[in-house]
Design a protein around this ligand. Structure first.
Ligand code: 13P
Length: 265
């Protein structure tokens, strides 16, 4: 890592866990990460049904509760949607925006993603903005066209955010839930390129401060190599975050990358 940015390890539970399971998970996670949160931001993105539970349990701890989606209006006739004030109301401090599953399965566009990110930020929620290409796009040499377009669309909408208020996540779609991880070098290359673009669009100070996570088949066995990359500031984890013990190991891997940098400097 070797920089000033505090790493973040984020669990994206996706559509998993009943309230009781969420409770058991957080109860198991908290003691395991209590000594690590000075060095690593630990976030748990829960479904709306268990978010109040995670939010309540996170309140007296250093972990961050987060939602997996939001709508960009605050209230009104939007059946089935959940707004930023509602998410804050149950103790959450962050929200995933534009996850590839939302984009691919639920028709979210660069425009809706930008509106959601803007609303989250204005409401005081930290948006975790996801970008990434499909296998076909990558194989056709179109990875950067896709990813840079997604980054541009959201940055054009945001009003000069500070680097610590937003987080980006590079999640190549072909690596999500497939067991096929981007190599650490590929993750570094893509995330370095994204940081370069963020410098052009948001200024150097923003680019130096903004955290960019990698997501896609992270597990305890590959986390250390990914976390060792200079531009990779942490992970957004699906499958390997579903067990508290395995997620705690990933938080430890993020902490170890910080300690290595300290020892090296
Ligand atoms: P997996 O870790 O299961 O590949 O999922 C990654 C992801 O989509 C996190 O948001």
């Amino acid at each position: 890592m070797a920089n000033e940015r505090k790493p973040m390890m984020a669990a994206n539970w996706k559509m998993n866990k009943l309230v009781r399971e969420a409770e058991d998970y957080v109860a198991r996670l908290l003691p395991r990460v209590a000594d690590l949160t000075d060095d690593v931001d630990v976030a748990v993105f829960a479904p709306f049904t268990s978010l109040p539970t995670v939010g309540r349990m996170a309140e007296d701890s250093a972990i961050i509760a987060g939602a997996q989606n939001l709508y960009f209006e605050d209230s009104g006739a939007y059946t089935g949607e959940v707004s930023a004030p509602m998410i804050k109301d149950v103790g959450a401090g962050a929200v995933i925006v534009g996850h590839s599953e939302r984009r691919e399965l639920f028709g979210e566009t660069d425009e809706t993603v930008a509106r959601k990110a803007t609303r989250a930020l204005d409401a005081g929620l930290m948006p975790i903005i996801c970008v990434g290409e499909t296998k076909e796009e990558r194989d056709a040499g179109g990875m950067w066209d896709k990813v840079s377009g997604q980054v541009r669309a959201v940055m054009e909408a945001l009003d000069s955010p500070s680097g610590d208020a937003v987080v980006f996540a590079y999640e190549p779609i072909w690596a999500i839930g497939t067991g096929e991880t981007a190599s650490p070098e590929d993750a570094q290359e893509a995330i370095g390129q994204i940081r370069g673009l963020l410098g052009e669009l948001g200024g150097e100070e923003f680019a130096r401060g903004v955290r960019i996570l990698y997501g896609g088949s992270i597990k305890p066995a590959n986390a250390a190599d990914i976390m060792a990359q200079s531009d990779v500031d942490g992970g957004l984890v699906g499958g390997a975050s579903l067990e508290a013990d395995s997620f705690a190991e990933l938080v430890e891997a993020a902490r170890d990358s910080v300690s290595r940098d300290r020892d090296a400097s």
